[in-house]
Design a protein around this ligand. Structure first.
Ligand code: ZN
Length: 278
């Protein structure tokens, strides 16, 4: 069976303990939750950090602590930092990149979110891309709109990004792109035309998580994305007990499409990342 990367977004900037007590907040909770998800088959972790009061943080010390714990307990797992904006001071969004995670998320344009405008001005996006290039960090381009694909292409043309980024289509955020299967075909065709060497995945938010994973599997995606950041429920009736439970659910879906969770070394090879630092 062909391997597929299972990416786990452990925390995000929105869900709180009162929404689901399994959302990991402190670095030690995040390390433990990632370790369980790794054992369940995840090979990539997408990390946001939080302050003690659960609000979003950009604190490099927290990012460093989580990265160190994950590298120790989850050999080879791909570490991806969020540079996402919700609740964070824009000037601090790239402040942890000097820690050289394997990857970082990069939103290449602005979009409406449920209650805010998620602002990513072109100059700001270029600065983040340049810093990722400087630290040899592979970007995961967050596609919230068709124009964001073309913005990524411009970064490549300007020499601010390599021509083989990892791309994630984000579907199902209120006021942004709806989770509709035909839209994934449009996005994917356009990406393959404009950034032909890109690897790709798709994220379905909330109740759309499983269906978007199925659409991605049916189109031979390089990765699947799950985790409590996007969805806190295992089913309509029940909250997920952990990130690992969501990863197991994703692994079960893979089997239906004759795919299996990639080992960390396979995930690195798939995304063209170097072997893990020991
Ligand atoms: Zn995120």
């Amino acid at each position: 069976m062909k391997p597929i990367i299972l990416a786990v977004a452990i925390t995000g900037s929105v869900p709180r303990k009162r929404d689901n007590p399994a959302v990991p907040i402190t670095p030690s909770e995040q390390i433990e939750s990632t370790h369980e998800a790794f054992e369940a088959g995840a090979s990539l972790v997408h990390i946001h950090v939080r302050n003690a009061d659960e609000t979003p943080s950009s604190d490099p010390e927290r990012f460093a602590a989580v990265q160190e714990g994950v590298r120790k307990l989850c050999p080879g797992m791909i570490v991806q930092f969020s540079t996402g904006g919700r609740g964070r001071d824009p000037s601090a969004r790239g402040s942890s990149l000097y820690l050289r995670p394997d990857m970082a998320s990069l939103s290449t344009g602005s979009v409406n979110f449920p209650t805010i405008v998620y602002e990513n001005a072109a100059t700001f996006v270029s600065e983040l891309a340049e810093r990722m290039l400087e630290y040899s960090i592979k970007p995961e381009i967050e596609i919230f709109d068709l124009s964001h694909i073309h913005a990524a292409r411009r970064l490549i043309d300007q020499g601010l990004m390599h021509d083989r980024p990892h791309v994630q289509f984000v579907m199902g955020i209120q006021n942004a792109m709806p989770a509709e299967e035909h839209l994934l075909d449009i996005l994917l065709a356009e990406t393959q035309r404009v950034i032909p060497k890109a690897t790709w995945t798709a994220a379905g938010i909330g109740r759309h998580q499983s269906e978007v994973m199925r659409w991605a599997l049916a189109r031979n995606a390089d990765a699947l994305r799950t985790g409590l950041e996007d969805n806190i429920r295992i089913s309509k009736q029940r909250l997920a007990t952990s990130n690992a439970e969501l990863v197991k659910q994703a692994a079960n879906l893979c089997a239906l499409y004759e795919r299996r969770p990639a080992k960390a070394s396979e995930a690195r090879a798939q995304l063209g990342l170097e072997a893990a630092l020991s």
